[in-house]
Design a protein around this ligand. Structure first.
Ligand SMILES: Nc1ncnc2c1ncn2[C@@H]1O[C@H](COP(=O)(O)OP(=O)(O)OP(=O)(O)O)[C@@H](O)[C@H]1O
Ligand SMILES: [Mg+2]
Length: 311
């Protein structure tokens, strides 16, 4: 499903703690400082981050406790939709959207813990005109603004499951990225995620989401020997996956850019901001921040090039 010219990317993995939130937050914030080529012109990016995880880690990372309002979250959208009559207006996301996070061209739709309950209630959702997977798309479609104000990117942080709330994000995404640890067994679950997304696409013709890539996250740069061994396992998986695609041109699956483990990322989380907006208190942390931030710039570059090649 298309939202004008906006590029929508979801971060998913059935496994928890693999860097989905860290990647979604820092990719969104780094993009929000970038300039985007559109035809012959170059314009500043405008990014919306949607937190679809009931654990709300992206929201809590980007908002200070006094800025986070548990009564104004995406839960309101789903609750309104579960309770409204067909004749009532659908929900206006402006009620919960927070603009200019950390002074960046970055807006946020925060999540809340009650989204756990909503997931269960959505199973019983029945409406004549609407499916339970299309609630977020309809709300975003209503929000669509004039071309100059429209979002260039929407980034979605998903929970570690493929339940109905995650499906709301996937059906409107053009791409999904799977962050994964670089270790002995993480390649194991990848086929299942891809299979489930492919099933979604087969069942729902309007859903165009495709795998943009696998992102190695929390990589221990010192474990060079182990990393090489484990990367070879992923390469074997990648070759098998590519053979299954039966396409003439074989696309690269894993990203060249790997996200190293860095304490400075956790410090930024504690300071309630993305790394790019974090102000380190000493010179060591400043150096660490600059080094880590260069990695996020590299990732933005690699993602942009991959999207250009796919068009
Ligand atoms: N590159 C990194 N360096 C250091 N710490 C990291 C890095 N990436 C993630 N972390 C930390 O690891 C933990 C898990 O990361 P994150 O929350 O991004 O994973 P997740 O996949 O979103 O988890 P969940 O499935 O619970 O939503 C967090 O405490 C996060 O701060
Ligand atoms: Mg998360």
């Amino acid at each position: 499903m298309k939202l004008g010219n906006t590029t929508v990317i979801s971060f998913i993995n059935l496994k928890g703690g693999v860097g989905k939130t860290t990647s979604a937050v820092n990719l969104a914030a780094t993009l929000a400082k970038a300039n985007i080529r559109s035809g012959t012109s170059i314009k500043p990016a405008k990014v919306l981050l949607i937190d679809l995880d009931p654990q709300s880690n992206a929201s809590l990372t980007l908002l200070k406790p006094e800025e986070y309002n548990r009564d104004k979250t995406i839960v309101n959208l789903f609750r309104h939709e579960l309770e409204r009559h067909d004749t009532e207006n659908s929900y206006d996301l402006d009620e919960i959207r927070i603009a200019s996070i950390a002074g960046l061209n970055l807006d946020l739709i925060p999540s809340g813990l009650d989204l756990f309950d909503v997931q269960d209630e959505l199973v019983r959702y029945q409406r004549y005109y609407l499916s339970a997977t299309d609630i977020l798309f309809n709300a975003l479609n209503k929000l669509r603004e004039s071309e100059d104000k429209a979002y260039t990117h929407i980034i979605i942080d998903c929970p570690p499951s493929l339940g109905l709330v995650t499906l709301n994000g996937l059906v409107l995404s053009r791409y999904y990225i799977v962050p994964t640890l670089l270790d002995a067994y993480s390649h194991w679950g990848l086929d299942k995620i891809i299979e489930r997304v492919n099933t979604l696409r087969r069942c729902k013709a309007s859903c165009e989401v495709e795998l943009l890539g696998i992102l190695f996250s929390r990589v221990d740069s010192k474990a060079t020997i182990e990393n090489e061994v484990w990367e070879r396992k992923f390469q074997v998986w990648e070759q098998e996956y590519q053979q299954g695609l039966k396409k003439r041109t074989v696309e690269k699956i894993t990203f060249e850019t790997k996200i190293p483990t860095a304490d400075v990322l956790r410090k930024a989380v504690s300071a309630h901001c993305p790394l790019i907006a974090y102000n380190p208190p000493d010179s060591n942390l400043k150096t660490a921040k600059e080094k880590q931030q260069r990695v996020w710039h590299d990732l933005v570059q690699e993602i942009s090039e991959r999207i250009k090649e796919r068009r």
